[in-house]
Structures are given as structure tokens and as C-alpha cells.
Design a protein around this ligand. Sequence first.
Ligand SMILES: Cc1cc2nc3c(=O)[nH]c(=O)nc-3n(C[C@H](O)[C@H](O)[C@H](O)COP(=O)(O)OP(=O)(O)OC[C@H]3O[C@@H](n4cnc5c(N)ncnc54)[C@H](O)[C@@H]3O)c2cc1C
Length: 445
Amino acid sequence: MHRLRFAQGHVTLTLCIGDLPEFAELLRQHPTGPCLPPADLVPETARTVTVIGSGISGAGTARALAERGWQVTVLDAGSAPAAGASGLPVGVIAPHTSHDDSAVSRLTRAGVRLMRHTLQTWLTEGTDWSPTGVMERRLPGKTRRGGVPLSWLNEHAEVAQDWTLPAPPPAPDDAYWHAKGAWLRPVQLVRALLEHPNIRWQGHAKPDALSYVARHSNGTALGDETPTTATWQVLQAGTVLAEASRVVLAAGPGSAALVATATTDGSSPRINPLRGQISWGLMADLPDNTPMPATPVNGNGAFVHSVPTEEGPAWFVGSTYDRLQNEALLLDSDHADNFARLQALHPDTAATLAPLFATVGSGASRVQGWAGVRCGVHDRLPMTGRVHNAPEGLYLNTAMGSRGLTLALLCGELLAAQWHGEPLPIEARLTKFLDAARFKPKDEQ
Ligand SMILES: Cc1cc2nc3c(=O)[nH]c(=O)nc-3n(C[C@H](O)[C@H](O)[C@H](O)COP(=O)(O)OP(=O)(O)OC[C@H]3O[C@@H](n4cnc5c(N)ncnc54)[C@H](O)[C@@H]3O)c2cc1C
């Protein structure tokens, strides 16, 4: 195995010759060092991984690895999969767009493409998701100016047709049309992804520590001699819940605390919780033939309607952004906030729903709520990849922010492709925007 790296003006060539035990010794000497065996050098019997968290990030990662032959144990604190932000009753996917076709724009297109392919493969159209397209409003006061690459409006008009173009009248002047936008019910997708013979799901499992254990082949703990195996134990109150050669942390806001138990200096990336609430109600509570937008609308929160639920077809609006609470509380004030968003986003619909919002807090409210806690880092991009200051074998796939439904599957696929040295699902230069090690101090790069 050899590896050529370019970083900060330096070129490093790492050449490793020998059997796996010798790699293991090298890793013991340089646990955070430059020579990491790719997954295809890990014997198939050792391809075991524990994924912590079974939202869209954990389920997507588990599935991508299970498909490649890994035996995957998925642990979740909840009593069922999608116990966190991915439990939202309905969400919207749509690409980000920008005049300079930024990294975020390109990443979200790759994410939407993979998500749509996955939805088509595993879910029932019309019930669990719908390829409606999405209309995006560019409302005054939003920080993002948006727009599409100017070349899409002339010489690459076919790309715009496929992806995003100014919405035709009667849409407002500020509106864009995302042809590949869709709504989906993420819980159904999480469940479908976890249905694989190589995946074992365990609920009510809330680990509080990770431990890297190097052993001799006879199972004794490491002394002065060469170790031949190294595994990660996942612990809850000192009891081992799972043991595997690798761990992927996809525990949303719970990920950083687990990282801190495994890093050489007890540090962890700053992953901030961001609570959000959706308001929703039944279509049956609206007068017959109430005019509604033809497709989901987003831009200041989102509005989606006629989504099948167990209680009947429903409308959804939201969500809010709350940096103060990190519990999934339901607040009446958030319903008012969502209503105000809808007034800006689609005034006609807001007027239709106003009588229902007037019932909030009355004890006979026709508006229900759902709240969850997303999480993100300051550049609002996912954290995907190896934890740089922990021994080899510990990975993150989290911090999906407000775009988890667009990006999480892509990130899980990226991680699995990297482990196997496969062609990547995105341009190689985009991987640095997702790399979990991108915030490490410059002198360690
Ligand atoms: C109100 C709201 C609306 C949203 N709307 C959209 C939208 O329209 N489009 C979009 O793309 N995104 C949307 N998002 C964001 C999206 O839901 C998230 O980005 C995505 O669900 C995050 O998925 P995840 O798997 O990373 O985290 P989560 O779904 O939060 O999963 C983390 C899992 O880890 C488990 N866990 C936590 N700690 C531990 C522990 N110590 N041990 C074991 N398990 C643990 C939790 O139980 C949970 O199941 C919305 C979010 C909210 C809250």
C-alpha cells in the first residue's frame, strides 16, 4: 500500500509493506498517524461496525456499509428508529442554487440525485414521497441572494430545465422552480434502509463512552509485544453494548459528547443543537375546494399539503429555528412564528389557515405540532469522516443542519466509498467541505 498526500505545501509519501499485523503495529505507534488501512485490506471477518444513531444519517451509513459486506450494529437511544430530527412527519428536498454554483450548490444537487434514486427504489410514490418539484421564494430579508449560474439561463438551458429555473407566471417574480424537488416522510425511509440482513438494530441503547482496545491475537490485553487486533467498545454505564472494528457516530446532537470520550485530549468538535417546530393540521378541517399551491413552497420555512398521514391527508408549515432550547419541546409561540412565515411565503394560504391558527392555545386547537432538534457546525455543512485526534476506526457522520434529507445519504455513501477506495459519489475536491477534520488546528494538518 502506498499513499501520496499533498497538504499545506508539503508532499508526504507513506509506503507500507507487509501483512496486517504489521499495519496494526504501525497504527499502535501512530494512532492518529498517516498510514490507515483501507477497508479492502481489512479481512472480511473483521468488517464489523457499530453505528450510533438511527436517523437518516445513521440508517444511510449503515445501509451503505451493509451493502458492501459489513456486519452493522445500529444502536439508538430511542424505542424505535428515527427517534430524533429524522422523525419529522414530512420534509422537503431541493437543491441550493447560486450564481457561482458554489460547493454547497453542487453538493446539494448530488444529494438530491441520490435521495431521489433511493426514494424511487424503496418507498411508495404518492404515499411516502412525491416528486412534485418545489417552488422557492427569494424573500426580502433573507441573507442568501441565491440565483442560478448565468450560463444556465443561456448556453446550458437544458441543465436549468432539469434542475432550477425562474418560475413562470403566475408565480411571484422572486420565485424559482426546482424541478427535482420533492417531499418525503423520512421515518418510512429510515425503516426501509435498516431492512438489510447485515444490519442489527437495537433500541433503548444510549452509550456514554467509547473505548479503543488493542489485543494480542490470543485475546490478552496489550503489553510490550505487537498487537494484532484493535476494536472499539461502545459502553453504557461501564457495560459493553457493542464491539466492532469501527464506529460511526451519527447521533445528531449527542455525537460530540461521545467523541470527547475517545479523543486523545478529551476535545470534540463544536456541534450546536438547533431546535425546530412544525405546525400541521388536517385537510379535512379546511373548506372544500380551498385553493392551495400546486406544489410545496419553501424559502422561509416550507408549506406542503395533501400529505397522507394516519389521521388523513394533512398540511404542514414550518419550521422554526431555536438556538436556546435543546429539547424537543412544543411551544404555542412557535405556531405563531410558523404562521408569520406562511404569511410571507404564501399569503393566500395563510389567509385560508388563519381560522385554524386562531384556535391555538384554546384547548380545541386544530393545529398540531411536531418538534425536533437538528444540529450543525458553524459553516452549516455536515461532518463526515475520521475523527482526527482519536485512534483509527472512529468516524463521524452528523451535523446535517437543515439539509439532512438532502445530504445525509450522500455523506453515508461518501464515507463507505472512502473506506473501500472506490470512485467517490462527488467530485474529489468537494470532499474537503464535508471532512470531519476540516476544523483541526493548522499545525496538525
Ligand atoms: C422541525 C424540523 C424540520 C426539518 N425540515 C427539514 C426539511 O424539510 N428538509 C431537510 O433536508 N431537513 C429538514 N430538517 C433537518 C433534518 O431533519 C435533519 O438534518 C436530519 O433528520 C438529521 O438526521 P440525523 O440522522 O443526522 O440526526 P437525527 O435524526 O437527530 O438522529 C440522531 C439519532 O441518534 C440518537 N441518539 C442521540 N444520542 C444518542 C446516544 N448517546 N446514543 C444512542 N443514540 C443516540 C437519537 O435518538 C436519534 O435517533 C428538519 C429538522 C427539524 C427539526
